[in-house]
Design a protein around this ligand. Sequence first.
Ligand code: CO
Length: 470
Amino acid sequence: MAETEKKPVKIVETALRDAHQSLIATRMTTEQMLPIIETMDKAGYYAVECWGGATFDASLRFLKEDPWDRLRKLRDGFKNTKLQMLFRGQNILGYRPYADDVVEYFVQKSVANGIDIIRIFDCMNDLRNLSTAVKAANKEKAHAQIALSYTLGDAYTLDYWKETAKKIEDMGADSICIKDMAGLLVPYKATELLQALKEGTNLPIDLHTHYTSGVASMTYLKAVEAGCDIIDTAISPLSMGTSQPATEVMVETFKGTPYDTGLDQNVLAEIADYFRPLRDEWLDSGLLSPKVMGVDIKTLIYQVPGGMLSNMVSQLKDMHAEDKYYDVLKEIPEVRKDFGECPLVTPSSQIVGTQAVLNVISGERYKTTTKETKAVLAGEYGQPIKPFNKEVQKKVIGDKEPITCRYADLLEPELEKLEKEIAQYKQQDEDVLTYALFPQVAIDFFKYRDAQQKKVDVQAADSEAKAYPV
Ligand code: CO
């Protein structure tokens, strides 16, 4: 590259979404975010990833917060920075495929409440499951980014990535992300991958990885040298381990080169100063485990995302079968093979992990299956890169004819029915979407919200009574 040719790398800060999802089970509260967002807005980030993924579920379920309210508050604070969310294609932010009308309405409301960039992925990398969300994002004039879940296997050749990139461009996406949720992409493979993607498309390419296997910052370096346009990083107190490489480190790495990010280290230092005491609190309370902070080389050997391993350990513990850990670890790639070598990312990671546990514990493969396993093998989650294992498919779904069309084409619109079901709790348009995704959790939250409001009303009446004694 000629020295005068500048090609600044764009930085997406993940502190408010993936970093805390990966390190502290998505427990950062809106209150913990708000004091620093004005400063974050000055850092020069291309975007801040702050919504979607597991944050929606966790806000409602554990923090008793309205995720829509969080988004509106973030939007108010971030005057100059684009806000990005993670969206699970037809599964939205939930764990099952939804009808198109729900997907479209969710996209519309996400944009209306402040989202600029929607990163859309599918757990099977079945592009048909992304089309409704991409079209909806286009319609709302949001930036539609399609994320391919990075995974390994003989079918995932450079040609596959290149051709898929081309298809993504044809679908009307504005950029492509390679989403390496397990940290499997190693530095020199990143060079090859980026070269292949660049041959397939002119769209900007964003690389998203995790530090889990210890190679992430080197991978970013090689990817950027090979033309990667955007990288995802986390401010240092929320970086490394199962999270992303540290923002400050990557910024310093590219300083003075054609890839200079232009981010201000002094502002980044202020942001890090804010999060450091919070990190200490999380460590003290046990929410942040030192275990997730190290290098976990198992992820490279078994090609299993770190989060899946910890899930599996807790499932085995519940069943008093911790001694079966290595058996399950060996079974996971076998189940993945039966499932057409799909990526392991929400929700396929949970489905494959749970089925592997059941296969080992019951002593006979697919003797016991979950309803999600049945749905995968019936084609409801989409078509993976390879065909399903026919024998396994037969054993699990019997004579039922598996579908090969886009599953959502078979679904009736859902919104009208959902609206009726929550009419008595509804306070805002978005409530129906909250309910669509997590029916029981949403109802519990709506009841809690009502109770809180009554409490506030009573307090207000009390203080009014005191202010105006009669
Ligand atoms: Co991630």
